[in-house]
Design a protein around this ligand. Sequence first.
Ligand code: B4P
Length: 190
Amino acid sequence: MIIIVLFGKPGAGKGTQAEFLKEKYNLTHLSTGDIFRYNIQNNTELGKLAKSYMDKGDLVPDEVTIKMLEGEVGKHPYSAGFLFDGFPRTIAQAEALDAFLESKNESITATVALEADDNILVARLLERGKTSGRPDDQDEEKIRNRYDEYNQKTAPLMDYYKAQGKFHAVDGIGSIAEVTERLTSVFDKF
Ligand code: B4P
C-alpha cells in the first residue's frame, strides 16, 4: 500500500495539490484541516473543541487529532493507499502514526514536503482569507502564529523523516500546474 504524507507550511499548497494527486494515484485523501472544518460547520463536539484552537492559529491537541485520524483511516478498509494532508504536524503525531500503521503491518512510503518562503505564503493566505471565511486566514497576527506553531512543533518532523530515509522536498513556488508537475515526477518513483 502506498502511504504518502504531504508536508508543508500553512498555505504551501497541500490541499490544492492533494486534489490532483488523489485522483492520479488513486489515494484516499485525508486532510485533518478539512475534517476539523467539516466538524466546525456541523457544530459537533469535536468541531467546537477544534474551533477554539484553529481560530487562534494554534494546533489542535495531539490526543484529539490522533484519535480522529485513526477513526478516519478505519472508515476506508479497502483503500489502495492514503494521502495524509496536514497530518502529522508534531513528533507525537508522527510516532502515533508509525505505531498505528505498524499495528496494521503497514508503514509510510514517503513524506513529500512543499517548500516555500513565509512572505509569499502569508500573502497567499491573506488572499484566500478574502473569500474563504476562515478566521485563521484573515488576520496577519494569527497567520504569523501558525508559522510559529509550524517552526516549533512541525519543522522537527523533517529530521524525523530524514532519519528514516523517507523525506523528499519539492519547490512549492511557481504556478499550481508547475508544482503539480514537480510532485508528479517524485510520486512516479514510489
Ligand atoms: P490546513 O487545513 O492543513 O491548512 P493550511 O495549512 O492552511 O493549507 P494548505 O497547505 O493545505 O494550503 P492550500 O493548498 O489550501 O490547517 C488549518 C488548521 O487546522 C491548522 O492551523 C490547525 O489549527 C488545524 N490542524 C490541521 N491539521 C492538524 C494537525 N495534524 N494537528 C493539529 N492541528 C491541525 O493553499 C493555500 C492558498 O494558496 C490557497 O488559496 C491556494 O489557492 C493558494 N495556492 C496554492 N498553491 C499555489 C501556487 N502554486 N501559487 C499560488 N497560489 C497557490
